[in-house]
Design a protein around this ligand. Structure first.
Ligand code: CP
Length: 305
């Protein structure tokens, strides 16, 4: 296992499978059936310089339920980085004195790597701008395996904002290690990043692209829905035009792929209608529970190297 978790791109299949296996052992702790002390004496720095509900709170929950402690930044406006101009590098050198492991979210691409390069403790990238969100992708993959019992042989669709979203490409890099077919369903203005497609091509991954949402849904085993990322748009008129471009509703699911597993990193805005929520395949709230499980595994693996 690597010292830091910064990107899904650098994980080998062996590492991914080990992480998935380790996560299974933490399910009773995440389900609150057991309280652990695996991380007793360790302190997590949960440094969130961008808004978060699930990621920060599930990292903190995972740490506390395994006997560890947490110090947090939940508002960049209360920090020396946000108010006084302290650099990411200096912040890393300082915070390494206080904690045993860091989970960092920051709006700039590459910020987690910059932090890790200057830290003396393990660092988990909890989202760096539009780039990567590896712990989310690992919990997404864990959810697919848990819900469907396999990864090989699946056709996985990704819909919505694939340009600004960081979770779809992070998951695509993980899936590239398996025998899967990928389908990127996005409006012309929000396509999957070219670099990601180049990397997938280089790895020989079978993928296709379409702008046609309805047609794209046919034949899927899994649909990974992404919201249109309002927070990344500079032109709000453009956002208004695109925000409801694809809406998945119950009728569409039943017509196109009634048995498909439906995932979403959340938060949801309008891209999945509420009438989808009680379909058997709608797994996005079960997916959240797996966030605690996966983060328990990652914190334990990286703290105990
Ligand atoms: N899935 C996810 O990253 O959610 P938050 O932005 O609430 O952490």
């Amino acid at each position: 296992m690597q010292k830091h978790l910064l990107t899904t791109k650098s994980l080998s299949k062996e590492e991914i499978d080990l992480i998935l296996q380790t996560a299974e052992n933490f399910e009773p702790y995440a389900r609150k059936e057991k309280r652990g002390d695996q991380l007793k004496g360790k302190v997590l720095g949960a440094l969130f310089y961008e808004p978060s509900t699930r990621t920060r709170l599930s990292f903190e929950t995972a740490m506390i339920r395994l006997g560890g402690d947490v110090v947090s930044v939940a508002d960049i406006g209360t920090t020396s980085m946000g108010v006084k101009g302290e650099t990411v590098a200096d912040t890393a050198k300082v915070i390494s004195n206080f904690v045993d492991i860091v989970a960092i979210r920051h709006p700039e691409v590459g910020s987690a790597e910059e932090f890790a390069n200057n830290a003396s403790v393990p660092v988990i990238n909890a989202g760096d701008g539009t780039n990567q969100h590896p712990s989310q992708a690992l919990l997404d993959l864990f959810t697919i395996k848990k819900e469907l019992g396999k990864i090989d042989g699946l056709t996985v669709g990704f819909s919505g904002d694939l340009k600004f979203g960081r979770t779809a490409n992070s998951l695509a890099y993980l899936l590239a290690n398996y025998d899967v077919k990928l389908k990127f369903i996005a409006p012309k203005a929000l396509p999957m990043k070219q670099k990601v497609k180049d990397d997938l091509n280089e790895k020989g991954v079978n993928f296709e692209e379409t702008e046609d949402f309805n047609a794209g849904l046919s034949g899927l085993d899994v649909l990974y829905v992404s919201r249109v990322q309002k927070d990344r748009f500079t032109d709000m008129n453009e956002y208004e035009k695109l925000k409801d471009v694809y809406v998945l509703d119950r009728k569409l699911v039943e017509e196109k792929s009634p048995d498909m597993l439906i995932l979403h990193a959340l938060p949801r805005v309008n891209e999945i209608a509420k009438d989808v929520d009680d379909l058997k395949g709608a797994a996005y709230f079960r997916q959240v529970q797996n966030g605690v499980t996966m983060r328990m595994a990652l914190l334990s693996m990286l703290c105990n190297l």
